[in-house]
Structure formats: C-alpha cells, structure tokens
Design a protein around this ligand. Structure first.
Ligand code: XMP
Length: 512
C-alpha cells in the first residue's frame, strides 16, 4: 500500500498542480472534496494533509470549510493560501479582510529556523494570489518568514506539525517551491518517495475495471498522444471490451490511417473499427471556403459518423476520452467558481450529452508530460508520444479555400516531404509544429523549357511552449532549400514554396 498524501480541495485552479508536484516527488496523492470527514482520511491512512488554495474568502457565508477534526488527527497539515487562512481562523487566530489583493511576485525573507524551509535560500521570490491575510496567529504557532505585505507569510506549529504558506509553492514562479513541498513530504510526513508512474498505471487499471464492470467502452482514436494513451490504458484494463473507432475523414496526412491501424490493430491487437468517411466529409464541404463554416461542418459530420458507429456496434455504456487536466481547467467551473472558467475547449463535451453515454476519462488528473511517461509505460512508441500536435479538423484548415480531393492530394504530398526532412534533420522533435499549407493561388514559373502556372505551398514551422504564443523557427537555409527543391520537383501541381515568418500573435499557428 502506498503512502498517501491527502490534498483537500477548496476550489483552487492549482489543486491538481499541487497533486502533480507531489507526484513529481514520487509520492502518491489523492484529492478530496473539502467536506471530507476526518474519519475517511483516517481510514485511508493518510500520512499528511495539504489544504489547497481557493477563490473564497473565509469571511464569505458560503466559505468552504474542512472537517475541524482533521487538525486533531495527529497527521501533519500544510495549508496553502486559502488553506492557511482557513486553518488559522478555525484554530483561533485572526484573518483580516483586505481590499488590496496581493497578486504576483514578492520577496520572502526567512526569519526563523524551520523544518519546512530547511535548505531554502534566506530570500526567495514567491508567487502570491490572495486578498485576506493572517494578522494574529493561533496559540502555539510562530511566523517563520515574511513578505513586505504579509507579516505571516509562512507559519508553523512545530509540535503539532502544522504549517501554512501564504504564497503558492506549487507554481513554477515560486523559487524553490518544489523543495518546500519536498521538505513537507519527506522530512515532515516521512514519505519514502517510492511511488512512480508504473504505480499510477496499476491503480488506473483497477479503477477502470471497477468503474466499467462488464460493460463496453467506445473510444474515438485519432492517433494523437492523448487518445492513444487513453486507448492503450483502457485496453490494458478491459481488453476487447474496448471498441476503438478511427474516423478517416479524408483530411488526414499521408499514410496516417495505415500507421494507426498497424500500431493499434496489428501490434496492440485492439478492437479497432476504421470508418472510411472521406467522401461524406468532402461532399459536405463542397463549395465551402469560410474557415469557421468548414470547422463547423467537419465537427458536425464527425458527430454524425460517430453516432452511426455507436448505433451499429450494439450496446456500449461508456465513451472514453483522453481529456487531460489542462483541458479540464479550461472547460469547467470548479464548484461554480467562474474565475476558473477560462475558455471552452474544443476537445471536451459535445459528444457524450447527445449520446447518453457515461464518460470515462482516465487521464483527467494528468498533465501532458505525465501522459507521455504513462504512454511509455504502456509500450507506445516515441513516434506517437512525441508527435507534434495536429488539429482536429486536420488538413481541412490547411487547404485554404475550397477543400477538394485534388488540393488535398497536393498538400498531403508536400507535407510528407517537409515531414521527412524535419525528421531526418533532427528538427521534428525540436520544434512545436512543422507543416505545409496549400494556397489556392497560382503563380507563373518555368520548368524545363516550359512555362508553368501552378499552386503555392507555404511552409509553417513554429516553436512554442503552449501554443498561446509562437515564433517561427530559424531553420538552416540548407534544410529549407532541400524542402523547397523536393516539393517543387516531386509534387505535381506546385511550382512555388514560401516560408511563413509570422509570429503568434498577431498571426495564429494554423492558417484557418
Ligand atoms: P492556432 O492556429 O489557434 O492554434 O494558433 C493553436 C494550436 O491549436 C491547434 N489547433 C487545434 N487543435 N482542434 C485541435 O485539436 C482544433 O480545431 C484546432 N485548431 C487549432 C493548432 O494546431 C496549434 O497547435
């Protein structure tokens, strides 16, 4: 049995990030609703409790409160931000409502020896996001560090092993934040740090088996990182009761369908149904040039096709999706907190409501890099796990203007050449995305002795951390030259190759 750290969730958008940081320290953590009784935590034999931050004020009538008995369990407690404030006020200290929110960086000055702050520099930059602040400590507590705005930026009750941080140690903007958490886990809670992704895999398999029982699960497999890892994981848990569906929408890259079939059907022996719906998609897209309309038609057609498959394959109870944690915070409001509703995401929702299926989302707690580690555990190859992002509407947003079979063929061939050169030069895995775009513009050229009048291909290669901003990659001229020469020589219908040198913003990564 693994040593468990309980993370009590007060609705912060960082709760999962705390859990993730604990996993990074190789300790197992479980998130509990703030109303969870101390008896439940006792039964789960937790070694330590972290109280998360949250959007509420302790002065609000609806402020979420933990069971007070958790402070009497004899288990170490670490309160973060709201967690610190709620602990202070429940234990008899005083919190003051301020109208001046402290948001962003401040400098933490350590004033006293502390187990929690052991090995931390005397002065570090920390990241804050709070309104209320502690002005009087509960009995037995001492302040161990301050910032210019908070006298009690870190507090502790040494004997009872209770600690509080006004700032967020879990965010990367806090220097040495992970070390503070590590101190809590190892020096204070005595965790061994022997938990790994292999354990997560075992736990997930058991959880999926429990949840699914003897029912069947359907999963739309795109071949991208998230759906591939979800498929491999669920397949490991329930074998052929997982039905994967791959929709060939006609907007795929060269050999993409074969690669998916080879890996998942031949190699993994999954139940994989390939739906060849290319003509239906192209029919629906005929004559359409407006980018938003194209996207809508592609999305709607996908749902129709998927709907038909669900009906055709007989009773299924679950729809599996490779939703990751960042998709979740972008899409839902946690405990009705509108601040956490950042943007509605194209990868979540839509399908299940219509189809009356239960959702199975085994990657919901993970971040992208963790999903890759899990995928490696499951035996998925690097080509899948380190693959560049590819948009849901596929080449549909890369053929500018009307999408025709002819234009798609030209783009597919050009894109494959670019891809080959990116892989062979070693740049494919170094950049965020590299792809070709088809322009419905013709320009004059000369080939041999003949005048040509053909289409233009644009090469788009960008670097980015999160796709929110991006810059074009300064690829060596020699590689660009090979790409250009090869595309013009080998792809019929192209006589000009251009390089996109726009950054995002103001440009976007995709052209449509
Ligand atoms: P933009 O063009 O907005 O793209 O700079 C940002 C990132 O999102 C990808 N993208 C999509 N991914 N479905 C997806 O799953 C979509 O409809 C979609 N549109 C854009 C794009 O490739 C880039 O990585």
């Amino acid at each position: 049995m693994h040593q468990t750290i309980a993370v009590i969730d007060f609705g912060s958008q960082y709760t999962q990030l705390i859990a993730r940081r604990i996993r990074e320290c190789n300790v197992y953590s479980k998130i509990y609703h703030h109303s969870t009784r101390a008896s439940v935590l006792k039964k789960d034999n937790v070694r330590g409790i972290v109280l998360s931050g949250g959007p509420s004020s302790v002065f609000s009538r609806r402020a979420p409160l933990p069971d007070k008995k958790i402070f009497e369990m004899g288990v170490p407690v670490l309160g973060i931000c709201y967690g610190l404030q709620v602990m202070t006020s429940l234990l008899g200290g005083k919190v003051e409502e301020t109208d001046r929110r402290e948001y962003g960086h401040s400098t933490l000055e350590i004033s006293d020896k502390s187990l929690l702050l052991g090995g931390i520099s005397r002065s570090i930059r920390v990241w804050n996001s709070h309104g209320d602040k502690v002005i009087r400590l509960p009995a037995g507590f001492a302040g161990t560090a301050k910032t210019s705005n908070s006298r009690y930026a870190t507090i502790e009750h040494r004997r009872r092993k209770m600690f509080g941080l006004q700032f967020h140690p879990e965010v990367s903007h806090t220097e040495q934040g992970i070390l503070i958490l590590q101190n809590f886990l190892t020096k204070i809670c005595g965790c061994r740090g022997d938990w790994s992704m292999a354990d997560f895999l075992e736990q997930s398999i058991e959880k999926i088996r429990r949840e699914v029982g003897d029912k069947r699960v359907i999963l739309g497999l795109s071949g991208g990182v998230d759906s591939s890892v979800a498929a491999a994981l669920i397949h490991r848990a329930i074998g052929t009761r997982l039905q994967c569906v791959f929709v060939d929408n006609g907007l795929l890259r060269l050999h993409e369908r074969d690669a998916v079939v080879n890996l998942f059907k031949r190699n993994f022996k999954m139940n994989l149904r390939v739906v060849r719906a290319s003509s239906k998609f192209l029919r629906n897209l005929r004559g359409v040039t407006n980018p938003e309309r194209k996207r809508k038609i592609i999305g709607r057609t996908f749902i129709e096709v998927f709907d038909d498959v669900v009906k055709a394959i007989g009773p299924v109870h679950f729809l599996a999706q490779g939703t990751l944690y960042p998709d979740v915070i972008e899409s839902v409001s946690i405990d009705g907190n509108p601040a956490s509703l950042i943007k509605s995401h194209h990868n979540v929702g839509g399908l299940p409501k219509r189809m009356k299926l239960n959702l199975l989302e085994p990657l919901r707690a993970l971040f992208k890099d963790e999903v890759r580690v899990l995928g490696r555990e499951l035996g998925l190859p690097k080509e899948v796990l380190m693959r560049q992002p590819f948009p849901g509407p596929g080449l549909g947003v890369r053929v500018i203007g009307e999408i025709t079979a002819g234009n798609l063929k030209v783009l597919r061939e050009a894109d494959a050449i670019l891809n080959e050169e990116m892989v062979s030069s070693g740049y494919y895995y170094k950049v965020w995305q590299s792809f070709a775009v088809f322009l419905p513009v013709r320009s004059v050229g000369v080939m041999g002795d003949k005048r040509t009048y053909e289409n233009v291909i644009v090469v788009r290669i960008v670097e980015s951390l999160d796709a929110m901003t991006a810059d074009w990659v300064r690829l060596p001229y020699e590689i660009l030259q090979t790409v250009s020469t090869r595309i013009i020589n080998e792809v019929k219908g192209v006589n000009r190759v251009c390089l996109d040198i726009s950054s995002k913003p103001p440009g976007t990564i995709e052209w449509e």
